[in-house]
Structure formats: C-alpha cells, structure tokens
Design a binder for this molecule. Structure first.
Ligand code: NAP
Length: 533
C-alpha cells in the first residue's frame, strides 16, 4: 500500500491535549499533524453539548498557562466555564496559534503498527490514508468513548435517543415532551435541572445516587478576573504545588477529629456556602479514614434531606454505597431542588432494574414507563476506551489492547513498554483525571516533548519504557490508591462501570505536585526508566 504522508509526529485528537502538543511540536520545528474525528477542535467540549454542560473547575484555573498573552487577553465570562464558552476558547487558541492548518478533521485513526525496520509507525485512517510517522501521540482523552448500555429492545424505541457525551449540535426541543433520562452522574446531575424546566415531564432512572455539591455558579466579576490576572504566576504556581492542581485547594492541616462536632460542622457549612469541592479539602483524613469521611458524607446527606420535600424521596437520593469523594463528585445547580417539581419523577431502578426498552418507553419487572425521548447520561468507557478503540500493534504484532486485558500498565501514564515512540497524554496511572485537567495536560505534554527532543537530538531511533520501571510504577500506583478510600467505590476510575472490564484502579492519586517532581527527577536522572536505541 502506498504511504500518503510522512510526518515526524502524528497526534490523535484535537482536544486541549492535542492542541497544546501540536503547538509544542510546531514550535520546535517538527513536522506534526493532528487527526481528529470531529469537525472541530475542543474534544470534551466539542462532544458534550448537553443542556447545562459546564466545567466543574473554575475558569481562571481551567485554562492554558503556556502563553502569558493568551491568559491575559482571554476574558472568562462565568466563574465556571460553560460548554459554549469553553468551545469558543478552544477555537480561539486554535486560531491564535495557527493550528488549524495542521489538523485533519473528520478523520478517524483506526490502526497503527510499529515497524522495527525503520522505527516508524504506519498509521491508517478510516478513509484509507496511510501515514508514516516517527512519533505517535495519543491525545484521545479519558472520557471520550460514550458508554451506551446494551439494553434489550433499544432498537424498538420510536422516539429520539441522545447521549450526553455525543450530543447533537442542534439543541433538541423538549418543550411539551415527556423525557426519560438514565444516569445520575455529573452529566445527569447537570442536565436534569435544565431539561426539567422545558420538558412536560421528566422521568429520572436512578440506579445509584451520587454525592453532589452546590457549584454556586455566578458571572465572573471583572475585579476577580483582574486580581487573578495581576498575579497569574502566583496562582499557577499554587496550583502546580497542590494535590489536585487547583490554586485555592491547598492541603488541609488538621484531621476531622482534631475539632469537636460543632466546629467541624461550622467548617463544612462554610465550605458548603462557598460551593465547589471545598468540603473535601476541609480535613486531612477525608479520603483515608472512613470515620472521618462519614462526617462529611452525613453532612451532605443532611443537606439533601433538608432540600427535598418528600422524605422518602430524599432518602432515595442519599448515597450510602460509597465514601464521599471516592467517585468523582458532582457539582450542581439546583439538582436536588429539581425533585420538588411536579413534573419530575425519580424511578428507583436499583430495586427493579430496567428489563427492556419498548417502542414508547421502558419496562422493569415492576412497571412500564412511557416517554417520548430517551437520554443516556450513562458515562464513558473511561481512560482506556479511546486507546483500545485503535488497533495498535507493536513490532511483534501484539496489540496494546491485549496487553491491557487485565488492566492497563504504563510507565507514568505516558509510555508502555514494548511500544516504542508511542506516547499518551494523561494516560492511565497518571494524575490526569484526578486533577485540573489542563494543568496535567501541559505538564504531560512538556514532559513528553522533552523525551522526544532528547531522542531526536541524540539521533536515537526510538525511545521506550523499560518493563522493570513500568512494573514498579504500576505497583506504586496501586499502593498509593490502596492507602486511600478510593478503591471502595464502584466507579469509572476502576472500570466498574463497563461490563466485562477488569477491575483496576487507574488514576494516580499521589497528587500532581508529587507526580511532577517525579517526572522532573527522571529527566535529571538521565531519563531513568526509559531506554533509547
Ligand atoms: P458517570 O459518572 O459514569 O455516570 C453514569 C451514570 O449512568 C451513573 O448514574 C450510572 O449508574 C448510570 N448507568 C450506567 N449504566 C447504566 C445502566 N445500564 N442502567 C442504569 N444506569 C446506568 O458518567 P457521567 O455522568 O457522564 O460523568 C463521567 C465523568 O465525566 C464525571 O465523573 C466527570 O469526571 C466528567 N464530567 C465532568 C463534568 C463537569 O466538568 N462538570 C460534567 C460531566 C461529566 P451507576 O452509578 O449505578 O453505575
């Protein structure tokens, strides 16, 4: 087959990771291109256009820091960026740094094979292009492969079906319609209050309730924006040196039991009034000690009980199956209040699971529920889904997917042993999803870029991760996770949400600051754990 294009670097995905990676590559004179299946940039913010979609991290943090000019010129309108605003920002970045000319839109990468003879990747697209590249970078996102459960009879449904993670560009009009929504994670929690405002009736099918905290959205006052801009370096440094990459969430200093009940509740109340994830940063032991965690969990449950008028319904909405914060916390605007509306019904499918979708609704072994439109807010095949969707073969014809059958193994979440010159941005076993994503993306891209530049400048043919260091990193990742309460939850962090996926806690929860120090030290230690040929 004829090769259509020769590149130094092929990047998959034009989200925030892919765009910054392309920017760095171009800056250093690499011949690099992105291949993107959508028709625009933005990644998550391109696909997740559902009503109410918004970032759960404040805009002044959730933005690129690599260009001082960019961070000074861009004026966030909202405290938490809305999906349209974030997409506009992504397009602005793309235009400002002339990235579009190096992006191939509407093109999906389906296969990639490493050729040991020339130490290059041969990459295949869905429209039969063949591209040869030296470096192959996966910027495919962690929450980018929507999960639609395979429920019997789905094909028989006569109404419209939507997935929050692949929402149509033209907003559907739910006016006067009865809508069924399955799923009460972040996407459900954000969209339910908005859909409820226009739909005639909304049926929420809940299997497991989630903890949700008030976001306390507001417009971003100019003074606040200016204050940040005046001292942006300081805030970025604070974020870098924190656990989760958010400037204002600095490590707490006292245990939940260093204070009495009254004092503790006062601290929780202050954090609750502030909004966002502040509660989880109140005490040192909320994610390591179940009793400490329970004090915060019960505080939040009591808020739900106070908000929802119907006492039985309130109990159904109170999470009891996992410690607070061990699943990604939802941030909401009037989520629990929405259940006080006459047109909203919660259907508890934990007791009576969905049997089948019928042409005008769905049925459980208990009842039939009728609706016009069905929304899946059922999440993603997280962290490995998008990587495994590409057939990636090493020189011995072994697929990455088969290597990851019992869970992903990576070195630092950036490389996999036996797959030379293949990089992933915020891959499994990196802090990506447990942090302010753009900060982690920038750190990863900078790190990967250092590895690529070192390979190139020394005329090495390839770089790969050593198996020993990779295995040690995976063990370390698991040890850190097992010293916390995270593994106690059934979550997408450990693949529990996907039928048949091996249970494996994937994110690195040792904190972004520790992780960056480890990466920096590895560069100083002569690229420890990497080998070059
Ligand atoms: P999610 O957290 O995985 O939630 C999926 C929901 O669908 C859960 O309630 C789950 O119930 C339910 N579900 C899945 N399969 C089901 C089935 N067969 N029958 C019934 N219910 C089913 O997905 P998400 O809400 O899309 O959020 C995923 C992640 O994306 C978030 O955790 C967050 O990191 C990110 N996100 C962020 C934002 C933001 O920045 N504001 C917004 C949206 C998403 P079970 O719990 O019982 O499995």
């Amino acid at each position: 087959m004829k090769v259509n294009k020769f590149l130094d670097t092929l990047i998959v995905g034009a989200g925030f990771a892919g765009m910054y990676s392309l920017y760095k590559q171009k800056l250093d004179g690499f011949n690099a291109e992105i291949f993107e299946q959508g028709d625009g940039v933005g990644g998550t913010w391109y696909w997740n256009r559902y009503p109410g979609a918004r970032c759960d991290i404040e805009s002044m943090d959730y933005s690129y820091s690599f260009s001082k000019e960019l961070q000074q010129e861009w004026n966030w309108k909202d405290k938490y960026g809305t999906q349209p605003e974030l997409l506009e920002y992504a397009n602005h970045v793309c235009n400002k740094f002339n990235l579009k000319e190096n992006i191939n839109f509407n093109t999906k990468i389906i296969k990639a094979k490493f050729n040991k003879n020339n130490n290059k990747w041969l990459v295949e697209t869905n429209d039969n292009q063949l591209i040869e590249c030296k470096y192959f970078i996966l910027a495919t996102g962690n929450l980018s492969t929507p999960n639609t459960p395979n429920i019997n009879g789905i094909k028989n449904f006569k109404g419209n079906i939507y997935h929050t993670g692949a929402w149509p560009k033209k907003m559907p009009n739910f006016n006067g319609r009865t809508v069924g929504i399955i799923g009460t994670g972040s996407s459900g929690v954000q969209s339910i209050p908005i859909i409820a405002k226009t739909a005639k009736k909304l049926l929420v099918f809940q299997r497991t309730p989630n903890f949700s905290l008030p976001a306390r959205h507001s417009k971003l006052p100019k003074e606040k924006r200016d204050e940040y801009k005046r001292d942006y370096d300081k805030y970025r440094k604070l974020a870098q040196n924190s656990s989760f990459g958010i400037a204002k969430y600095q490590p707490p200093t006292q245990s939940a039991f260093d204070v009495n009940d009254e004092e503790r509740n006062k601290i929780y109340q202050k954090a609750w009034d502030e909004g966002g994830q502040a509660i989880m940063f109140s005490f040192t032991d909320l994610l390591t000690d179940q009793k400490a965690n329970e004090t915060a969990a019960e505080f939040v449950r009591n808020k739900i009980r106070k908000t929802v008028n119907d006492k039985k319904l309130a109990e159904l909405l109170c999470p009891q199956d996992h410690p607070i914060g061990t699943k990604r916390l939802c941030l909401d605007s009037n989520y629990f209040e929405t259940y006080n509306r006459d047109n909203v019904t919660l259907v508890n499918i934990s007791k009576h699971p969905i049997d089948e979708i019928i042409e005008n609704g769905l049925s459980s072994n208990h009842s039939e529920y009728l609706f016009d439109d069905l929304v899946f807010a059922t999440g993603f095949d997280a962290m490995t889904g998008a990587v495994n969707a590409i057939e990636i073969l090493n020189d011995e014809n072994v697929t990455l997917k088969s290597k990851w059958n019992n869970g992903p193994k990576t070195y630092l979440g950036v490389m996999v042993s036996d797959f030379p010159n293949l990089f992933m941005i915020t891959g499994p076993q990196s802090p990506g999803v447990k942090s302010q994503m753009i900060l982690s993306i920038e750190q990863h891209v900078d790190f990967i870029h250092s590895l690529i530049k070192h390979t190139k400048h020394n005329n090495y043919k390839d770089i790969s991760a050593k198996t020993k260091e990779q295995d040690e990193w995976v063990i370390h990742n698991n040890e850190v996770a097992n010293s916390t309460l995270y593994p106690l939850a059934h979550s997408w962090y450990n693949g529990d949400n996907i039928k048949g996926k091996t249970r494996n806690f994937m994110p690195y929860v040792g904190g972004v600051s520790n992780y960056k120090n480890i990466c920096d030290q590895i560069l100083k230690d002569n690229y420890k754990g990497f080998e070059f040929s």
